[in-house]
Design a protein around this ligand. Structure first.
Ligand code: S5P
Length: 273
């Protein structure tokens, strides 16, 4: 039987959250009719902004890896922030923090990237234990930021399975939902028997492709329908499937629309509409 959370429309799940970023994501999804996040993993910040201008209207979230850009400057984040307001999306720096609390709090707030100053959402591995949540929360919570834990990964041979995934879920649950708003995962790792009434988590799934099945480095793709209907994901994350499409700027724009439509159709199917 379907996970109870997946039977509730996005807009009706807003009331289960206090974190401003979680609320913003659900509001945008409902308003723009999109559960699509685009990952702009190109090496030029200038090019990344061009992709964002093309796809911004179709997505609820833009995901970055700011350490990939050869030309990263504060001007990039200023323009990304401006676009996030103009085109109505949340910014997700996919930093995958993985160190002790003190170190991650510095990595989050400082250095060249100052991630906490511009990114609404970021993520962390659970490997170091709950101190990683405490360290990031110290910086991000006062700013209204949100955090996802990586409960599972899309890549072949991932060690984030079974007991690791279960303990990651428990770590998030023990931390409370003020700051940890959900998971990067391939399935609903918030098992119905483990959650209470109104205990709502956002599940975001990468490894999504309408044509390719994978790459040569372990990535594995599923379709939007497999993610959203069969596995109950709330957000689908698409990178190369969108920005990597051949045919230039217009093709990127229409590919984003194609994924948005597929993701939304799957969401409506799971609601039984
Ligand atoms: O398990 C994961 C977690 C993440 S956040 N698998 C992933 O692929 N990702 C990220 O999603 C990855 O770092 C990349 O930015 C994106 C997938 O990109 P694509 O080009 O394969 O769609």
């Amino acid at each position: 039987s379907p996970h109870p959370t997946t039977l509730i429309p996005y807009a009706e799940r807003i009331k289960f959250h206090t974190n401003p970023t979680a609320i913003k994501i659900l509001e945008i999804m409902d308003r723009k009719k999109t559960n699509l996040a685009v990952s702009v993993d190109v090496t030029s910040a200038k090019e990344a902004l061009e992709v964002v201008r093309r796809v911004g209207a179709s997505v609820c979230m833009v995901k970055t890896h700011c350490d990939i850009f050869e030309d990263f400057t504060p001007a990039f984040t200023e323009e990304l922030l401006r676009l996030s307001k103009e085109l109505d999306f949340v910014i997700f720096e996919d930093r995958k923090f993985a160190d002790i609390g003190n170190t991650v709090s510095l990595q989050y707030s400082s250095g060249i990237h100052k991630i906490s100053t511009w990114s609404d959402l970021t993520n962390a591995h659970s490997v170091p234990g709950p101190g990683i949540i405490a360290g990031l929360s110290k910086v991000g919570l006062p700013l209204g930021r949100g955090l996802l834990l990586l409960g599972e990964m899309s890549s072949a041979g991932s060690l984030a399975v079974g007991g690791y995934t279960e303990q990651t879920f428990k770590m998030a649950q023990d931390a409370g939902r003020e700051f940890v708003i959900g998971f990067i995962a391939q399935n609903r790792i918030d098992k119905p028997e483990k959650i209470g009434e109104g205990e709502d988590y956002l599940i975001m799934s990468p490894g999504v492709g309408l044509s390719a099945k994978g790459d040569s480095l372990g990535q594995q793709y599923r379709t939007p329908r497999e993610c959203v209907v069969e596995s109950g994901a709330d957000v689908i994350i698409v990178g190369r499937g969108i920005y990597g499409v051949e045919g230039g700027e217009e093709a990127v724009k229409s590919e984003a629309e194609r994924y948005r439509e597929a993701g939304w159709k799957a969401y409506e199917e799971r609601l039984g509409r």
